[in-house]
Every structure is written in C-alpha cells, then in structure tokens.
Design a binder for this molecule. Structure first.
Ligand SMILES: [Zn+2]
Ligand SMILES: [Zn+2]
Length: 332
C-alpha cells in the first residue's frame, strides 16, 4: 500500500517536473558534448541505440547488471531519472509491465518509444502458449472460464512474451524505429545516424541468413533452454523451445520438472542451453538428473557485472555465440 502511494506521488512529481519549465520539450542542440540521454529496457535495445547513435548518445539499460528482468522493480529515484532523460525505449506496455509503469510516469509521448507497438498479431506470442504441463487439475482450455482469473501458480495468462529482441526479423523494425526517432530528435546528424543504421541492418541480415542456414534441415526440432526466452526465435525459424522455467521465469513444479527430465532422457537430448542470468535449483536438477551437455545462451535482457564493463559486447557479438550453441543443439 505504502509503495502504491509512493508510486502515485512520484507520478505527480514527474508530471509537475515536465509541466513547469519546458524540460525536454524543445529540441536539444545535440553534440558529442551534449549527448541525447537515453534509457532502454533490454540490453539488446541499448546495443542497437548505442550503435546507431554513436558519439551523440549516452545509453543505459534500466536494469542493474545481472538482474532478472521478470522480477525487476525500478526505485522512485530511478523512475525520476528515466523521466528526466531524452528518451525511454522499450518493447510495449502489454509485453513489459515494468516498462508500462515507467512509461505511464512519462507524460510527453515524444520521450518514449515503444518499438514493438505496431507488430502484426502473427508476430506476437501470447504468454500462455508455453508448453509446460501444469500440475493443476483442469485443462488449459478451461482457464478462460474462470471469471476474473488471469493468473495462477505464479504465471500470467495475459500479456505477451517479452523477449521480442531475440528475433532478427523483428529487430530490423525496431532499429528502424530507433533510427527514425534519433533523426527526429537530432536532424542535424541525420546522415551519421543513417550510416550507422545501414551498417547495423547489414549485420542483422547476416544473422538472419545464418539462422536460416542453421535451421534449414535440423537434426532435431526442439531446443531445451533454462527459461522460455526463445519463443520468437523458434517461431521465426520453425523449431520448438522447451523451457525449464516459463516465459516469465516462473519455476516448474516438482512434477513438471521430473516430466521435463524424463522427456529429455527419453528423446536423448544431448544439450541444454543455459542463460547468463537464469540460475536456479531447477537448472541444477536438470544438470544432475539428465545426461546432457550445457551450452551457453545469452538472452540479452541484461548483461552480467563483468560484461557491463566490456565495450566489445554488442547484440551481434552475443548473437554470434548464441548461434554456435543453437547450431549444436539443433544439429549435432
Ligand atoms: Zn496455466
Ligand atoms: Zn525472460
């Protein structure tokens, strides 16, 4: 309750902040000494923005290093800092409840960019398309009959899969939206942004082609991963994911876990993808109970503490490693 009041107060404060004094309302005279201050949710969006904006942007993710985006809550101070910046970049409000909270506190629409706002329905993945077997008695189909019941056992039956940035094809739309917004905010450096944008698109096209190649005639159709983060990627390239934990990182029950292990042993799955920020007792059980080799996968939601200080890490560099693991998991 206290938290809620504090949140409302913060909203009022931020609204006042943007109402009096025309902070952020007129065009900033952007230079390498006066950069656009930008916040993003996922690291992937940060990396895109850094690459397009180059020397004219200062970009930070709202997540602290190593955080689990599914349980992250910004502090009041962080909310205010984001609201004072030049731009907040996120997927969309349905996919990302935390981004929704932040975006709601920003009054001026020009200071927020929901890159996944205008996706076709076919591009989206509903939260409940997870393939876990549930412990509860009723069938999934009957969930909708429960009045006002939209979540149970810690998982959401509403909303969409938040991990959109793992689909290279969608990423091309996102980077275009980011480029367009930078040009609008700073038309003086349009050709600079355009050049960087084209370079990035070229890299993403290469990733897309590589993914097509890897998934052309796969030896197996399912990849086991520590949580359901590659739904968009799997959809795009026609394979399946089996997450140990769910789309919002909800842990499986003991029975579900044993089912997953049994299934892995039955289908002789040789590999399991482990994500950088997803560790749990559950993945330890998988390691112990199944005869599988671990592979690394980076879901690009957040960087670890060590990774944050490494300037060489980009969406492309992480995706390159990811594709090696996916290639193994699908084809070896
Ligand atoms: Zn369910
Ligand atoms: Zn996730």
């Amino acid at each position: 309750m206290k938290k809620r009041v504090l949140f409302i107060l913060t909203c009022i404060f931020i609204v006042l902040l943007s109402a009096c004094g025309n902070i952020n309302t007129e065009k900033k005279d952007v230079s390498s000494n006066n950069k656009l201050k930008i916040y993003t949710t996922a690291f992937a969006f940060q990396s895109f923005t850094e690459q397009i904006g180059g020397k004219y942007v200062d970009v930070n993710s709202i997540y602290p290093p190593g955080a689990d985006m599914h349980s992250f809550e910004p502090t009041q101070k962080e909310m205010i800092n984001i609201a004072k910046s030049d731009l907040f970049i996120y997927s969309n409000e349905e996919m990302d409840p935390v981004a929704k909270k932040v975006a709601t506190s920003i009054n001026n629409d020009r200071l927020k960019l929901p890159v996944a706002q205008d996706l076709n329905h076919g591009d989206l993945i509903a939260s409940h398309e997870h393939e876990h077997e549930h412990d509860h008695e009723h069938e999934h189909e009957t969930h909708t009959e429960h009045d006002g019941h939209d979540s149970h056992e810690g998982h959401n039956h509403e909303g969409q899969d938040p991990h959109v940035w793992l689909d290279p094809v969608l990423n091309k739309k996102f980077v275009k939206a980011i480029k367009d917004d930078l040009v609008e905010k700073d038309p003086k450096h349009q050709s600079y942004y355009m050049q960087n944008y084209k370079r990035l698109i070229k890299d993403i096209n290469q990733i897309d082609n590589k993914m097509k190649k890897i998934t052309q005639h796969p030896k197996r159709d399912t990849v086991i991963i520590s949580h359901d983060s590659i739904g968009y990627l799997a959809n795009r390239y026609h394979f399946k994911q089996q997450g140990v934990s769910g789309m919002n990182n909800e842990e499986p029950s003991q029975r579900e876990l044993m089912n997953i292990v049994r299934n892995m042993n039955k289908t002789k799955q040789p590999y399991v993808l482990y994500e950088q920020n997803i560790t749990s007792k559950v993945t330890d059980v998988i390691q112990k109970e199944s005869n599988t080799t671990p592979l690394k996968f980076h879901n690009m939601a957040t960087l670890s503490k060590e990774e944050v200080s490494d300037d060489e890490i980009t969406y492309q560099s992480l995706m390159k490693e990811n594709m090696k693991s996916l290639d193994k998991a699908l084809n070896e």
